[in-house]
Design a protein around this ligand. Sequence first.
Ligand code: AP5
Length: 216
Amino acid sequence: MRVLMIAPPGAGKGTQGALIATHFGIPHIATGDLLRDHVARRTPLGLAVQRHLDKGELVPDEIVLDMVREAFEAAAASGGGYVLDGVPRNMAQARATYQIGLSLGMTADVALHLQADDRELGRRLLARAALEGRSDDTEETIARRLRIYHEVTHPIVAWYGERGILVTVDAMRPAEQVGREILTALEVMRSIVDLVPESARRPIDLTGLGAAFGER
Ligand code: AP5
């Protein structure tokens, strides 16, 4: 199974990415974690990207795309599955990630879009700030990260819709419930990806499910 996630900060990419990776036995490739690891180890790359992370701005595309290629090559050697967390963040990254996948025969089967509103996201990130003290979990930086998401990341969701590989999930509910819905959707997708070409697939929107069952 090859999954990439598109979601605003705090929607649960890390939380659900770990769950998907464990469930399917695939690597969890999280560019934010990889970049923070470089910063913590004070590598030349870490020193170069630290100010971008601290300010909540995107690091240059070529840096993350090199990471993606390297991680995909490693994933190819261990079965070819992956869950990609944090890429793509803009249209250029979306196209480049597709090209990298194409060159290795491992383009994404599913683009998982986690949907949540800004107020809830801000609440979660400020709660995490109190516990973990991540340098970009301040009120001002959270606002910038959310603005960048809306301006340059969210528009690429439509591109995956057109490609027929989009699955949208309501991430406002408790993490366990969101996780169950994701795994159910991915299990269904797993059974059709080898049989149905992308061009014949349709986007799947599960965000109305809660209401349909009287949740809200
Ligand atoms: P990254 O690490 O990807 O950060 P982010 O997108 O801001 O997302 P977060 O990690 O804050 O949130 P998340 O969606 O993973 O949610 P999580 O599960 O942690 O990127 C950091 C920086 O790196 C970027 O700003 C940029 O500078 C750089 N970068 C990374 N990739 C890049 C790229 N491709 N191009 C350029 N720059 C890049 O959950 C958050 C909190 O909420 C946790 O405390 C969690 O326990 C809680 N939570 C999760 N789900 C729920 C739930 N359903 N209900 C209640 N609480 C929940």
